[in-house]
Each structure stands twice: as C-alpha cells, then as structure tokens.
Design a protein around this ligand. Structure first.
Ligand SMILES: *Cc1c(COP(=O)(O)O)cnc(C)c1O
Length: 388
C-alpha cells in the first residue's frame, strides 16, 4: 500500500489554531471581528497597494471588480480562453459576455497580439464607443488571468488597454506570490482579485479579495459586499448589494497562512526545479518555461505530453499515474469550447486547443516530500518505458 499523492494539498504549519481559537473564544466568527481588517491590511502591505477588501470567495471578488470598473449588461470583456471558468462566469453575472482570446504557446497566458488584432480588425469606434463589429456590443474591459502561478505580460496588456481606453481587471487568484518585473501579482492592474480557496498557494478555507489603489472603488467595494447598507445604525439601502464579506474565522486562517506564504513560494519553486531537471531530456515531454520578466510560483507544475513522441496521451498518462496513487489533472477545457459560454462570440483558439490536449498538472503541494516527488517522477518515466 502506498500513500496517495494529491495534486495540491493545503498546509497548516503556522498560527492557524491560535488565531481560530481567538475567534471562537471571543465569539467573533462572522463578518465582523478583528481578523478581517487585519488580513486586509496585511495583504495590502504585502502587495504594496492601498486597499484590499476581503470577500467570501474569489469569484465574488471578480463579480464586484467588474461592477467597479464599469462593465454593463450587454458589454463584452476580453479574457483568455485558457482559464478556470470563474472569471467568465463573473462576466455573465453582470450581464456581459466574455470574448475568448487565444493564449501564447510559451507561457500559456493571454496572447496580447491576438487581442490587439481582434480590437483592430474586428472592432470599430461607433459614435465614440468601441464596439465589436459583428455583435454590435460595447467592449468595456480586459480581464487577464495570470494562470498556474505565472504572471501575464502586463506591460503589453497595458499598452493595448491604453491604446483603446479600456480598464484592466486582473485575475491573480492563481498567482499570489508571483512577480512581474519585480512587482507582485495582485498589484498589477487597476483592480486585481485574489482567492483563498483550498487549492490555492495559501488558503483561508475559502475567501477572496479585491485589491486596488483607488479610494473610491475600495469604499464602494465594501459597500457593495455588505448588502449596500447606507447607514451604520439604520437598515436603509438605496441600491441592491451583495452578502459577499469574508467571515472573521476565515480571515484568522488567512492571517496565519500569509505568515508562511514566502516559505510556500520557495517550496513550489523547489518542486518545479526538481521536475524540470527530471523531465528536461525526456522525449515527448515539454516542460513549462518562466518568462525573463517573470517570477513564477509554479502553483500547479504542468507538463506537456506530445502523444506521438511520448507514446501515450496526457489522459492515458494520467490513468497510469492514478494506478500508482498519484493524482494529476488535465487543464481546463478552453472556454471557447465550453457549452456554458456558447453564446459568446465564436473564435478560433488553436494554441489553447493544443494545450488542452497536452497539458497535465502534476502533484505540487507545498508539503510534497522529496520521496513522494521521486515517486511521481518514477511513475511518469515508467509509464513511457513500459511502451518499449
Ligand atoms: C480559483 C480561481 C478563482 C476564484 O475561485 P474561488 O473558488 O471563487 O475563490 C478565479 N479565477 C481563477 C482563474 C481561479 O483559478
């Protein structure tokens, strides 16, 4: 019997128990209490931004972020097709439509050239408003997603955004701890969103954050996430708000996890380095790259399997690994293929299609032991050798 090796397990090795006990002992477990404000301040300080507003999850943070930057019903928002579905769903929550842009093949992030081409060739300015020529809808924002712990090419996204006067909302939920040209992911856009879901690099058991330097947006984010309550005493509301605030007990866990985040980043990078050395020379495996301007957390270490050269598909390899009690995961179905978003403008995204076929994420838990990582590596190599 071998112990199963999971894809990404949380690790609690700091003051989690102490802080949670403080919440329970004091009775402050819900959406009021000291840890929420403290967690917000500590994340803001860590990212070197003015405001962080805690939310009940990352998807809720994206929903509010879209409202703040002014996305309206029937607008279109540009985002990468290769992403977890949450940001596309958030676009739908505000009544807008995601437009899925292909990713580039080196780092698998939104392809800025494709985005520029879409805006130049498939959109036009109609009475001062930038519109998709085919759908007639207004283009109102760009939503880059920094996937798998690697930051997007933020400067080139910004240059396109500036050229067309579009606001940028960043989804940094998978890349807390990463940096772009030395600046932390989560601080790179007008508004950035974070998640503390259980499989992220650090977790609060759930939760998210809206991060911004804009004072008015920060105030409005707090307002919208607390049912848009207008008066501190009276229950008076002039708008429909949301119950999106993070409970104090989750913030307590988050505070403790943040204290260990830098060790988690080091652990993920050490794991990535070891996989890179092990797989670099194996025919049919392509290892993930880190851009010269990037400091990646390698949140989920992901390899590409060329079926012809490796001798089996990524799915087949995943099954072989499962037989050895090693969990692995195929990448998300590209969103331009998703039935949930079939009413979005239809576009070809061949790079994402190929990545969908080839990508396989390997166990990357911050607590992954060297012994267990060797088991993963051996299982991958054994699968290939079994074919000879
Ligand atoms: C995890 C994640 C989110 C947010 O997830 P929640 O579970 O709502 O906190 C959003 N976008 C991406 C790309 C994610 O991976």
């Amino acid at each position: 019997m071998t112990e199963p090796i999971y894809l990404s397990e949380p690790k609690f090795c700091g003051k989690e128990w102490e802080y949670v006990k403080e919440c329970l002992d004091s009775g402050w477990v819900s959406s009021a209490g000291g840890f929420v404000g403290r967690f917000e301040q500590e994340i803001a300080a860590f990212l070197n931004v003015k405001h962080a507003i805690a939310t009940v999850n990352g998807t809720a943070a994206l929903h509010i972020g879209l409202l703040l930057i002014g996305v309206q019903p029937n607008d279109e928002v540009l985002m990468p097709t290769l992403s977890f579905i949450a940001p596309a769903n958030a676009v739908k929550y505000v009544g807008a439509y995601p437009v899925f842009i292909d990713v580039e093949s080196d780092y698998w992030q939104i392809d800025t050239e494709q985005m520029r081409r879409f805006l130049r060739d498939e959109c036009h300015i109609d009475s001062g408003v930038l519109r998709n020529k085919l759908s007639g809808r207004r283009i109102s924002a760009i939503l880059p997603v920094h996937i798998l712990g690697h930051p997007c090419d933020t400067d080139s996204i910004k240059s396109v955004a500036n050229e067309y006067g579009l606001p940028v909302l960043g989804d940094a939920t998978e890349s807390l701890g990463a940096k772009y040209k030395g600046r932390p992911a989560g601080s790179l856009e007008e508004i950035s969103c974070l998640s503390y879901n259980g499989n992220k690099i650090m977790t609060a058991g759930g939760g998210g954050m809206i991060v911004t330097n804009n004072d008015l947006w920060a105030e409005r984010a707090k307002y919208l996430t607390t049912q848009a309550k207008d008066d501190p005493f009276e229950y008076i509301h002039t708008e429909v708000g949301y119950n999106y605030r993070m409970p104090n007990v989750l913030a307590a866990i988050g505070c403790a996890q943040l204290e260990t985040l830098s060790r988690f980043v080091e652990a993920k990078r050490r794991i990535a380095e070891k996989y890179a050395v092990a797989f670099d020379e194996i025919p049919g495996i392509r290892i993930v790259k880190e851009a010269p301007w990037a400091f990646s957390t390698y949140w989920l270490y992901t390899i590409l399997i060329d079926e012809a050269e490796f001798g089996m598909s990524s799915r087949c390899l995943a099954q072989r690994l499962a037989a050895q009690d090693v969990q692995s995961r195929c990448i998300w179905q590209p969103l331009h293929r998703s039935l949930a978003h079939e009413d979005s403008p239809q576009r070809d995204c061949p790079v994402a299609d190929q990545l969908f076929e080839q990508a396989l994420s390997l166990p990357s838990s911050v607590g992954l032991s060297s012994f267990n990582q060797d088991r993963v590596i051996t299982a991958v190599i054994a699968a290939k050798e079994s074919l000879r």
